[in-house]
Design a protein around this ligand. Structure first.
Ligand code: IZC
Ligand code: ZN
Length: 392
């Protein structure tokens, strides 16, 4: 519901505007009114009985890598033998194997594959998401990924992020890769193909100084900026994100207390991805310390073929409860209003005049979905006032 502000931070996160015994009145694609049934004075052509159910805004997943070729299940054996994510990457596998498969896929194949994922995510209650490129690393394939997202479907609001700085191609080095990617951004800056620029700031990928220069240049060129920071090694990604005014700082598993404090004083959304900690068997970001330090928190699946092959945002909400010890209210805000803010997206709240993206849940209260583990509690999903998914 309407908080009268675009995001919630620190202690504010633990509030939720709830209307009991409510109606929601939709005309075409818009929310026109809401309130309690006792106050209801509208008549409607279609009435949906939501007795014993809950309605929320459509969820917003602010960090996905959903447009790619192939998959990486063949690398599981290496993982089980103890090879780490970065060791697998440095063997020329990991992101590089997805780059190869993405190069070999046609734009239609990429779109068909992405549409299946979007359909699954719709089924879990997601109606808006962010999607990154980054499995091309060269002009043609990055462009193919970004073009594949244009007008892909009416069932999902999509914001696109250019992640040409996702890895260093096998025959290149970081400096050459970043200078090529800056040329890409300059060349396509007016194309409307992407709204954000992101970088994998990580040990043996791009360091802090390189990331800072690259992101500042992207910002100057008019883009919003996001950063994969402190995911595996704590390099100072949190401090960097706060210093340069990033829209989001993502992962933050190993961020220092100084970095967390800096984020708490900034408007950068701390976008936490517990599914990745789970899948890589790593420690978890210090969400409670972040909330205590007044940070703005978002949650995401990080859907990708390597470190989080998971479309289920509800499982991420379960993990946020159990591993981050976030409260159910904090969790709902972190999958609605805050990620929408980080994407400059008019979504994530149900207020008068907002687009009617909403979910009807097989749940009688907001705690239930967060507690009910690793299953789907969705009943129906509406996008722009239209039923797009019914889970049976
Ligand atoms: O394909 O491994 N961390 N990038 C940075 C990823 C995970 C995606 C991947
Ligand atoms: Zn990512």
């Amino acid at each position: 519901m309407d908080y009268g502000k675009p995001y919630l931070r620190g202690k504010e996160l633990d509030q939720l505007k709830i209307v009991e015994h409510a109606y929601l009145y939709i005309v075409n694609d818009k929310v026109v009114d809401y309130g309690t049934m006792e106050e209801m004075n509208h008549s409607a052509n279609v009435v949906i009985d939501c007795t014993n159910k809950m309605i929320t805004p459509g969820l917003v997943d602010p960090h996905t890598h959903l447009i790619f070729g192939g998959s990486r299940e063949k690398e599981i054996a290496l993982k089980l033998q103890g090879a780490s994510y970065l060791e697998i990457l440095n063997m020329g596998l990991g992101i590089h194997s997805t780059v190869e498969a993405t190069k070999n896929a046609s734009i239609n194949e990429l779109q068909e594959k992405a549409l299946k994922v979007i359909d699954t995510m719709n089924g879990f209650g997601v109606t808006s998401l962010e999607c990154k490129s980054g499995y091309g690393l060269d002009e043609d394939t990055e462009l193919k990924q970004l073009k594949a997202l244009v007008n892909l479907t009416n069932n999902m609001n999509i914001k696109s992020t250019f992640l040409g700085a996702h890895a260093i191609p096998k025959d290149s080095d970081s400096k050459t890769q970043l200078s090529k990617m800056i040329s890409f951004i300059e060349k396509y800056k007016d194309s409307n193909l992407f709204q954000f620029v992101d970088i994998f700031c990580e040990d043996s990928v791009f360091n802090i100084a390189e990331s800072e220069e690259y992101l500042l240049k992207s910002k100057e060129l008019g883009f919003g900026i996001r950063i994969h920071g402190d995911e595996i090694k704590p390099l100072g990604g949190a401090e960097l994100a706060a210093r340069i005014g990033a829209n989001s700082a993502d992962h933050l598993i190993g961020s220092s207390i100084e970095g967390i404090k800096a984020l708490g004083k900034s408007n950068t959304v701390c976008n936490l991805l517990p599914g990745t900690s789970f899948y890589l068997n790593k420690s978890y970001a210090k969400a409670r310390t972040m909330i205590d330090n007044n940070c703005i928190i978002g949650l995401s699946t990080d859907y990708n073929p390597g470190s989080s092959p998971c479309e289920n945002i509800q499982f991420i909400m379960n993990l946020a409860l159990l591993k981050y010890k976030m409260t159910p209210k904090e969790i709902w805000n972190a999958v609605t209003i805050n990620p929408a803010y980080s994407l400059n997206l008019n979504a994530g709240t149900l207020k008068i005049g907002s687009t009617a993206d909403f979910v009807i849940w097989n749940a009688q209260n907001h705690e239930y979905v967060v507690y009910h583990n690793a299953v789907n509690d969705v009943d129906k999903v509406y996008k722009s006032g239209k039923l797009i998914k019914e889970v049976v």
